[in-house]
Design a protein around this ligand. Structure first.
Ligand code: COS
Length: 388
């Protein structure tokens, strides 16, 4: 643990109270307005939530992944939109710099990402490169002391608010695979960088994604992550390994909230002369949900601890992301079922969460990509004779 137990407990308790008192009561407003109110963003900034995962030497809280997961279990118990506001700064929009940035890049960006003055975003996906991330075609061509970037990035979370993109682009066109890709730190706004219209999504209203289009966009060579070409894909994969554990933690939080709401409803709703919680078929749905959420919680903590110990957690991260995102999908479905007709009505949280959680099985690698990663690693480890 990076924090002593008492400080950690205080932090977890503070976030729990913030979620209950400030975030949950504003969920409908976020849904209706499709944005998190500015005063709540300011409060998140005050609490240091933009910099949870950024080292203390750069002004962040410097939480390790286990600690961050404990926070995410709490922070997950409300609309995912709130988490998205700070999610990229703690995760995919900052961790590339933490892992692979030069000292100057860390100094230039991490303090402002930690404070929330700068919003970070991660630009990997393209119209023709989603699950097959290594096939990306956005090009960064060296011209003297600059690179000139051309290409389109798609579904980029927080792009409309971002002041800094971790951008993956191909610097070596003769290498069509992962080795031809480099990561860049691209400040925005800048000439040649345009944003598309905000995407209209199934759920997670209040989170914003859009296309990011580069047309002869010039960046200085100092924007090359770590000062080394050809490392961008590996940086992206490392960022995603870590990110997948934090998504699993968020899924646990959402599941726990859904279970609480479903239990409350089942205890209040009377049919056939008694609360429906007393019917065994309803109890089965509650019990299955509870057991699965608990399993995901344990997996997430285990994977986070391994990460904090410096282990390679590609397999464990994929296991957590796959299990937890599928789990919360089942839990949301049961929550709707327990609510009966009310579960289909927007006045009840189950309807909103049901749509919101669908995304967890898609972004930062679909369930099928997680399966592929897990199985490939199993086969590779078996071939190397590793006993795992
Ligand atoms: N950590 C570090 N390095 C990694 C890595 C990881 N987790 N995973 C792969 N690499 C390295 C490999 O070791 C390999 O390096 P060498 O060429 O030096 O051996 C290189 O990266 C290429 O790896 P690989 O051959 O496994 O790449 P593939 O093209 O086969 O694709 C998958 C790998 C499918 C796993 C990858 O494209 C992926 O994760 N896709 C999903 C993308 C995604 O999650 N998108 C969401 C959008 S961001 S919100």
């Amino acid at each position: 643990m990076a924090l002593d137990r008492e400080t950690l407990d205080q932090l977890v308790g503070t976030v729990r109270r913030f979620v209950r008192k400030r975030l949950v009561p504003n969920e409908t407003r976020v849904e209706d307005d499709d944005q998190v109110p500015a005063e709540i963003v300011a409060e998140m900034r005050e609490l240091g939530l933009f910099g949870m995962a950024i080292p203390a030497e750069y002004g962040g809280l410097g939480l390790n992944l286990e600690e961050e997961s404990l926070i995410a279990f709490e922070f997950g118990q409300t609309s995912p939109a709130y988490r998205s506001v700070v999610g990229t700064n703690n995760g995919i929009g900052s961790q590339g710099i933490v892992f692979d940035g030069t000292a100057a890049q860390k100094q230039a960006y991490l303090p402002r990402l930690a404070s929330g003055d700068l919003v970070g975003s991660f630009a990997l996906t393209e119209p023709s490169a989603g699950s097959d991330a290594a096939s990306l075609i956005t090009r960064a061509e060296r011209h003297g002391d600059d690179y000139i970037i051309n290409g389109t990035k798609r579904y980029i979370t927080n792009a409309p608010h971002a002041g800094l993109f971790t951008l993956m682009a191909r610097t070596d066109p003769s290498n069509k695979g992962a080795g031809g890709i480099s990561a860049f730190l691209v400040e925005a706004p800048r000439p040649g960088l345009k944003l598309g219209r905000k995407d209209k999504k199934m759920g997670q209203r209040g989170t914003h994604t859009c296309d990011v289009v580069f047309e002869d966009c010039r960046v200085p060579a100092s924007a090359l992550m770590g000062g080394a070409e050809g490392q961008g894909f590996k940086t992206a994969m490392k960022v995603l390994d870590r990110g997948r554990i934090t998504i699993a933690a968020t899924c646990v939080g959402v599941a726990e909230r859904l279970i609480l709401d479903a239990l409350d409803y089942a205890r209040e709703r009377v049919q056939f002369g008694k609360p429906i919680a007393e019917f065994q078929l309803v109890q089965a749905m509650l019990a299955d949900s509870r057991a699965e959420a608990y399993a995901a919680r344990c997996m997430t903590i285990d994977a986070a601890r391994r990460f904090d110990q410096g282990q390679i957690v590609s397999t464990e991260a994929a296991c957590c992301k796959m299990f937890a995102s599928e789990m919360v999908g089942r839990v949301a479905d049961r929550a709707v079922q327990i609510h009966g007709g009310s579960g289909y009505i927007a006045a009840y949280s189950a309807e909103r969460f049901y749509r919101d959680v669908r995304l967890f099985r898609l972004y930062e690698g679909t369930t099928q990509i997680q399966q592929l990663v897990i199985a490939r690693n199993m086969i590779r480890d078996a071939e190397r004779g590793r006993d795992r």
